[in-house]
Design a binder for this molecule. Structure first.
Ligand code: CDP
Length: 238
């Protein structure tokens, strides 16, 4: 399997809490591909802006901040995780804190912020052998990806998942507050003018509300394996 998928680009999009990053990381590991969590880049910019007191409405100030910071995403081969560094300091955990989640959709809605971050993502994606997850991967960052998935789940289930995740990291947040935050982010992400969250043409939609992580990973891998075998069989015939 690893050999046939060597040049693959896999795009996984969907709203907050649909399971994108866990699924994308595991699919990448299973296929021996790299993994990029594009949301982590917007989160890192948001964290830096909050730490520096940059006004989050001010696009020009945010661009100045981005161009003055050293943002590094390191792909950890063994775990498949992305380690995030700002000016050499690791912030992998810090970018998940609720304060960042609350403000990241505003930061990511600025056209010039996206222009800068998307250019970095396109550069990382260009040689393929990668799984990326985000909101605009199938539509903007890797529109040429052969495989595009759009993960969905109910707001209630996504809030429950997010609560479990935050709980494990020592953050106690009320479930209704999380539902509210997710609804707000869904709204901002899907109504913004620049590359809103939407299913890419040809993307395979999977509702993960009642599916466990391993079931979704298996479904995605089965679809890719079937598709790749189909391609191989038809190229053998020609
Ligand atoms: O993990 P979760 O779904 O909560 O969020 P994330 O993937 O870390 O992304 C955080 C935020 O960054 C999203 O709510 C979007 O506002 C923004 N984002 C984006 O605009 N485009 C992407 N490709 C990825 C994230």
């Amino acid at each position: 399997m690893k050999k046939e998928v060597a040049k693959l680009k896999i795009a996984i999009d969907g709203p907050a809490g649909a399971g994108k990053s866990t699924i994308a990381r595991l699919v990448a590991q299973e296929l021996g591909l790299r993994y990029l969590d594009t949301g982590a880049m917007y989160r890192a910019v948001t964290l830096q802006a909050l730490n520096k007191g940059t006004p989050l409405q001010d696009e020009a100030e945010l661009v100045r901040l981005i161009t003055s910071m050293d943002l590094e995403i390191v792909f950890h081969q063994e775990t498949g995780a992305n380690l995030v560094f700002i000016n050499g300091k690791e912030v992998t955990e810090e970018i998940r804190k609720p304060e960042v989640s609350d403000h990241v959709s505003l930061v990511s809605s600025h056209a010039k912020v996206r222009e800068f971050i998307v250019a970095l993502q396109k550069e990382i994606g260009k040689q393929g052998q990668i799984v990326m997850d985000g909101r605009d991967i199938g539509t903007v960052v890797m529109p040429d990806a052969k495989w595009k998935f759009f993960l969905q789940a109910s707001v209630e289930e996504r809030a429950r998942r997010r609560q479990r995740e935050l709980d494990q990291n020592g953050h106690k947040i009320d479930l209704l507050d999380l539902e509210e935050q997710i609804r707000r982010r869904d709204y901002l992400d899907s109504t913004r003018e620049i590359s809103p969250l939407r299913k890419a043409e040809g993307a395979i939609e999977l509702d993960t509300t009642s599916l466990g992580i391993s079931e979704v990973v298996e479904k995605v891998l089965d679809l890719i394996k079937e598709g790749e075998q189909g391609v191989q069989a038809s190229s053998c015939r020609s």
